[in-house]
Design a protein around this ligand. Structure first.
Ligand SMILES: Cc1cc2nc3c(=O)[nH]c(=O)nc-3n(C[C@H](O)[C@H](O)[C@H](O)COP(=O)(O)OP(=O)(O)OC[C@H]3O[C@@H](n4cnc5c(N)ncnc54)[C@H](O)[C@@H]3O)c2cc1C
Length: 320
């Protein structure tokens, strides 16, 4: 049996019936782009995650964690190693009353953000409204420190439970979590399995009103149903990537079936059957044009899996 065949067998022993070899990843992303995972694995509980990480580490094979795939661009040839998805078994919310109006929510990392927002509305808990319309999971939102309108996951998070790359469960409280702009300082391979968010008792009508106004704003400023990966580039300090891209005349540019959105210049939409190489080629073009016009080198916000952006070539001391 080949070494890969042996690992597949061992994976099957760890997560019976929940390992799919050569599984196309495009359907697991909001961009609907990406080649296959060597092994797509859906562990059901903590023991399975621990055994899975140990197995991969012992065999020197890589692994990645995929949430709802709303912030990743996966290469057309896919990725080697295991792609771990935290499915319905990891989607749960439990409320614990704290002192006064404060409530703590224990949340599984696989919980869609839409569920958290709905839970807040139904139970008259305020603080999570800013997550409305972000199509990620709690795990992905923690890993990315997702946010909007000046609020971020960092503001709500009291603690996280991780499994480290060595297969060790670990609880980190608020003070030990180093969140930054669209990032959380994790060790490579760490898996967030759950966390605690702080909410406050509020008034249903106020929560609903705030959510509706944020949804209206999204509809006005973001491409509607066209598949995308959200904001492609990070905002440089003191500026907005969208503004720089628009000022460089990139809105509407097309490569293959990928297009810089006419509505929001920092979104690239899939017009049908776009490939990762179309998106990468557009990203490279946008970067070049913004650099030429503004002198700013944009950095990707989306995580690139199994693909890379060509670095801008240096010519006569300038970037081109
Ligand atoms: C239409 C649209 C609108 C968006 N609007 C916003 C917005 O307003 N604000 C914003 O911040 N983002 C926005 N995004 C981006 C994206 O939704 C967020 O970053 C989201 O939090 C990503 O969650 P995910 O579950 O999809 O993560 P994925 O895209 O699956 O993964 C993103 C990263 O998180 C890591 N990760 C995922 N789960 C775990 C885990 N359990 N443990 C460890 N690492 C993990 C992955 O390995 C990867 O590196 C938008 C995206 C789209 C498509």
């Amino acid at each position: 049996m080949s070494p890969a065949g042996k690992i597949l067998k061992q994976l099957e022993a760890v997560c019976p019936g929940r390992v799919r070899p050569d599984e196309p990843l495009a359907p697991f992303t909001t961009w609907k782009i990406g080649g296959p995972a060597q092994w797509l694995v859906a562990p059901r509980d903590l023991e399975e995650i621990i055994a899975l990480l140990r197995l991969m580490a012992e065999n020197g094979r890589p692994w990645r964690i995929l949430g709802r795939g709303s912030n990743v661009l996966i290469g057309d040839r896919g990725v080697s190693g295991a792609v771990i998805v935290l499915g319905p078994a990891w989607s749960w919310i439990k409320a614990r009353q704290r002192s006064g109006r404060s409530v703590h929510l224990d949340i599984g990392a696989g919980t869609p953000l839409a569920e958290i927002v709905r839970f807040g509305l139904q139970n008259e808990l305020t603080g999570m409204e800013f997550l409305v319309g972000i199509p990620g999971s709690a795990g992905g939102a923690w890993a990315m420190n997702a946010g909007s309108r000046g609020r971020e996951m960092k503001d709500l998070t009291m603690a996280l439970t991780l499994v480290t790359a060595g297969g060790k469960p670990l609880k980190r409280n608020r003070k030990a979590l180093d969140f930054g702009y669209r990032r959380l300082d994790l060790e490579p391979g760490d898996v967030i399995v759950s966390g605690v968010l702080r909410a406050v008792r509020g008034v249903k009508e106020d929560i609903a009103r705030q959510m509706q106004s944020l949804i209206r704003l999204r509809k006005k400023t973001q491409p509607g149903t066209d598949p995308s990966g959200g904001s492609v580039f990070r905002n440089p300090p003191g500026d907005s990537a969208g503004r720089l891209i628009e000022a460089s005349g990139c809105k509407g540019l097309i490569r293959g079936e990928a297009q810089v959105s006419e509505k929001h210049a920092n979104f690239i939409v899939n017009r049908g059957r776009a490939r990762a190489r179309d998106v990468l080629s557009l990203m490279a073009l946008v970067r070049k044009k913004v650099l030429e016009r503004s002198g700013v080198l944009l950095e990707p916000e989306v995580r690139l899996w199994g693909c890379a952006l060509p670095s801008p070539a240096r010519r006569s001391g300038t970037l081109s």
